[in-house]
Design a binder for this molecule. Structure first.
Ligand code: ADP
Ligand code: UDP
Length: 237
């Protein structure tokens, strides 16, 4: 497998084509962004720890029957993934109130949500990722009706697997965002699952262990991601 030209450069990762048209190299950079790119920084070792955490989580999801784009780790910063035609929506599940939900509805951070709340957002930084419903997705053709059903089911299945995994490691999975894409007529989970795209709190103290450390200038961002990795048993050597 040879890495060829750059296909796309996002805010935190770069995708490269390979000599296999169905496979891409996903590079995790140290770049970190928040507020739709309004706040940016380069945090040493972040790409490496996220690449490793993502590989660990994707393998756990595959073992639990969730089909993902992940193929294998290539090196410290790169993984091989299946090329997807991405659906331009973000699927969010919230187990505990935090972030934009609190701002939007005036509810207190930390409120337990049972059953969890599912939300769709349009992936569009210029529009600041507005919240959308199934009806917008159908009206504008962003996904097929069956895909909408599948995205909700898969996001909930991911919650069942990962809430338990993080609980066993002493963390609360507060909320997270996942993306899906099409490959060979199937819907696969794409993108990443790392502390950049979810909220994790220490189960006892509720200390923030995710990108809110960067958003809110709490310090020790990468050190805390490395602690998440260590608690999960992710090999960082
Ligand atoms: P952003 O787009 O938010 O700036 P990233 O820097 O994480 O984020 O860029 C990764 C980009 O790659 C995203 O646009 C994501 O939707 C897309 N992507 C993720 N997985 C795949 C895949 N398997 N095939 C094609 N595109 C993908
Ligand atoms: N999220 C993300 N990318 C986005 C928007 C949200 O990864 O473009 C994640 C975010 O890290 C959190 C969850 O989705 O774990 C819910 O985010 P929220 O709607 O609260 O938005 P925020 O206030 O974090 O921007």
């Amino acid at each position: 497998m040879n890495k060829l030209k750059e296909l796309a450069r996002g805010k935190a990762k770069t995708l490269y084509e390979t000599d296999d048209p169905d496979l891409l190299v996903m590079e995790y950079r140290d770049d970190t962004s928040a507020f739709d790119g309004g706040k940016m920084a380069s945090l040493e070792r972040k790409g490496r720890v996220n690449n490793r955490i993502n590989a660990f989580i994707m393998q756990r999801l595959e073992n639990a029957g969730v089909a993902t784009h992940f193929v294998r780790l290539l090196n410290d910063r790169e993984s091989l993934v299946k090329r997807l035609k991405m659906i331009p929506v973000e699927c969010v599940i919230r187990n505990i109130a935090a972030g934009s939900l609190c701002k939007r509805l005036g509810v207190e951070e930390g409120l337990e949500l049972s059953p969890p709340i599912f939300e769709f957002f349009l992936k569009n930084d210029e529009l600041h990722d507005p919240m959308i419903t199934d009806e917008h997705i159908r009206a504008f053709g962003w996904a097929e009706p069956e895909e909408v059903v599948q995205m909700k089911q898969l996001t909930a299945q991911i919650n069942d697997v990962l809430a338990g995994l993080f609980a066993d490691a002493g963390m609360l999975l507060v909320d997270y965002k996942v993306e899906f894409g099409r490959s060979g007529g199937r819907l696969l989970m794409g993108d990443e699952f790392t502390p950049d795209g979810c909220r994790l709190w220490d189960a006892e103290t509720r200390r923030k262990m995710d990108k809110d450390r960067f958003r809110r200038d709490l310090g020790d961002v990468v050190e805390t991601y490395e602690e998440v990795a260590a608690r999960l048993g992710v090999d960082l050597s």
